[in-house]
Write a protein that binds this ligand. Structure first.
Ligand code: HEC
Length: 250
């Protein structure tokens, strides 16, 4: 299962827990005549709150791990999502503190609970909601997008896109022939000193670093290589663009 799908399903559980928390609070404080035993409501509220907290930490770990591994610059949407998630963890910690230690603030807890429910919903819909919608509920993972769609997405995000004009490709091929074929085979995935480059920009991830296969990350590899590859910081920006245009055809 794709990691985004797992995360989205966990997020749906999170949404349900936040609903349970809100409803138990409403039942506890909102009715003139209580329908349920307050002690039971309190227990359910506390239990689902604790599970919510632990699950959020788990999901935050998955997100951070993904971010570190791909070294991707967060999109505006993921940045917004990150702000919401920090707000959730912050509000939740405050709520526990006010409930346990700073009891003078106890009266604020209900309002905070409502804000927490709102921020959680915003956090979940800006990520899981979005993902489930665009992936047709997990049927199409981002990795299965076509190269054209990937290129459009990269362009839409204002990032670097590979040039496609024949002159750039031809120039890139020359640079590649003089500087790269010593260690890389352009026509297979066999490893010489470095990995083969067949389909390098068509695969979802780069072969060694496992960063997203984007022109930007290839440019980064040329300037500051992942591990053992020599740096090509002497190549001009135009040369780099041309080499990427050529790699894009492999
Ligand atoms: C002296 C050998 C050598 C030369 C020359 C070389 N590379 Fe590499 N390349 C490597 C090695 C080794 C790796 C594996 C990753 C690493 O150690 O940085 C690699 C990895 C890569 C990767 C994959 C990076 C990743 O994140 O998985 C790309 C793309 C790449 N090289 C492009 C180029 C291009 C373009 C050139 C020519 C301008 C070039 N390399 C020249 C050795 C070389």
């Amino acid at each position: 299962m794709h990691i985004f799908l797992i995360k989205s399903l966990l997020a749906v559980v999170l949404l349900l827990l936040s609903l349970v928390n809100m409803m138990t609070m409403f039942e506890m404080f909102g009715r003139q005549e209580r329908k349920f035993d307050p002690e039971t409501l309190r227990k359910v509220h506390r239990l689902s709150g604790t599970v919510f907290f632990l699950l959020s930490l788990g999901i935050a770990y998955i997100c951070l791990d993904f971010l570190v591994k791909t070294k991707a610059e967060p999109s505006p949407r993921s940045a917004l999502h990150a702000v919401f998630s920090v707000a959730v963890l912050f509000l939740l910690s405050l709520k526990v503190l006010f409930n346990r230690v700073y009891r003078q603030f106890y009266g604020r807890l209900q309002t905070m609970g409502l804000i927490l429910a709102f921020v959680s919903t915003a956090m979940i819909s800006s990520s899981a909601g979005y993902f489930l919608l665009v992936s047709k509920f997990g049927k199409e993972t981002p990795a299965s997008r076509t190269v054209e769609q990937k290129k459009d997405a990269v362009q839409a995000a204002g990032h670097m896109a590979a040039k496609t004009d024949p002159a750039s490709i031809e120039r890139g091929k020359k640079v590649y022939g003089s500087k790269c074929t010593f260690c890389h085979d352009p026509f297979s995935n066999k490893t010489l000193t470095g990995p083969g480059h067949k389909g390098i920009l068509k695969n979802p991830l780069l072969p060694v670093s496992k960063k997203a296969a984007t022109p930007e990350n290839v440019a980064h590899q040329l300037r500051t290589p992942y591990k053992d590859m020599p740096s090509f910081s002497s190549l001009s920006d135009d040369d780099v663009q041309d080499v990427i245009a050529y790699l894009n055809t492999l």
